[in-house]
Write a protein that binds this ligand. Structure first.
Ligand code: ACO
Length: 298
């Protein structure tokens, strides 16, 4: 059964302000954190991210279904804060969205002169000098970059719309499991923007530069079958099976030795930027460390 598509403001506010219980793990709404000025200035309902830790698995939930999990500066600051404070025991990070859509991307109120309550609008940041403006974007990008860290594996669980910043958040993860109703769309150029939330590199690496140009410049939607064909998704399942498919994948990932998994991900992530010789040297260095560690502990 899919989540309720529409929440009124009172329900939405309550969801953002209320801590959610769960299997003895750490659970909080990020509206409670005052990680940065941006977060503390924003109303909790406008941050809209829930963070839960259960053993070795952390779950990041975009939690504004009434706005299709649209993202703001405060959302990105909250994501960065989660990366900064991720408990050491976490090995798998699941990124998901509450309700019918993973994320409808940027909160379009940022284009209005009023912006999002408690936060800057594009009109405000456009008045900054280039350095200060770029630092704002860099801070937003930090919310996405940590998902590629070698010591964790990040999985995006994507149902419904993943538009613009939503598509880029899914691309920031190592793996994507999608529901059959998924609709990926890189909408930024159609709105006069570029994709700047770290999505262009993984998109090109996954689908190739020609397909990336076509997808970005037409802003057309990519459904589940094509996402599989383009390797934008590792697996597509019926919406009601999405959570279980992600849980099964997380369990399989956790069955692998952590140090070996970390070293292997480090090798694989760096491979596209290296020559064959450089990569072979990196393999040697990682393996020396692995075998030494295995014998040291036996
Ligand atoms: N920003 C702010 N509010 C949004 C956004 C958004 N990006 N997307 C949806 N909402 C709000 C709607 O205004 C609506 O609010 P209301 O109930 O108060 O009227 C509510 O969420 C539900 O939206 P609907 O359009 O009714 O939902 P539907 O399921 O029919 O459509 C869809 C979902 C396709 C995602 C549609 O809402 C949409 O196209 N949204 C805009 C997507 C977009 O252009 N995002 C920016 C991409 S660029 C970037 O991310 C950098």
């Amino acid at each position: 059964m899919r989540g309720d598509a529409r929440l009124d403001r009172t329900q939405e506010q309550a969801m953002a302000e209320t801590a959610v219980g769960g299997s003895g793990g750490l659970v909080h709404e990020v509206g409670d954190l005052s990680a940065t000025e941006t977060i503390s200035a924003a109303a909790p309902a406008e941050v809209g991210v829930r963070f839960e830790v259960d053993g070795e698995i952390a779950t990041v939930t975009l939690n504004r279904p009434g706005r299709r999990n649209a993202q703001t500066f405060a959302t990105w600051a909250a994501l960065a804060r989660m990366g900064d404070t991720l408990p050491d025991q976490v090995r798998v990070v699941v990124v998901r969205g509450e309700g019918p859509s993973f994320s409808a991307g940027l909160d379009l109120r940022m284009f209005t002169p009023e912006g999002v309550p408690g936060q800057e609008s594009f009109a405000t940041v456009a008045a900054l000098d280039d350095g200060a403006f770029e630092r704002r974007i860099e801070e937003a990008q930090r919310g996405f970059l940590w998902l590629r860290r070698p010591d964790i594996v990040s999985i995006a669980a994507v149902q419904g719309h993943a538009i613009g910043a939503g598509f880029q958040l899914a691309l920031a993860c190592d793996l994507r499991i999608v529901a059959d109703d998924v609709q990926f769309c890189m909408k930024e150029p159609a709105l006069g923007l570029v994709p700047d939330l770290t999505g262009t590199k993984p998109l090109v690496e996954i689908v190739g530069v020609s397909r990336a140009i076509e997808l970005c410049l037409t802003a057309r939607r990519v459904g589940a079958d094509e996402a599989l064909q383009l390797r934008l998704a590792e697996m597509a399942v019926p919406p009601e099976e999405l959570d279980q498919a992600v849980a099964d994948l997380a369990a399989a990932l956790l069955a692998t030795d952590r140090a070996a998994a970390t070293a292997t991900k480090r090798l694989l992530r760096a491979a596209p930027g290296r020559t064959l010789e450089e990569q072979a040297a990196a393999e040697r260095a990682e393996q020396v460390a692995r075998i030494r560690a295995l014998f040291a502990s036996s």
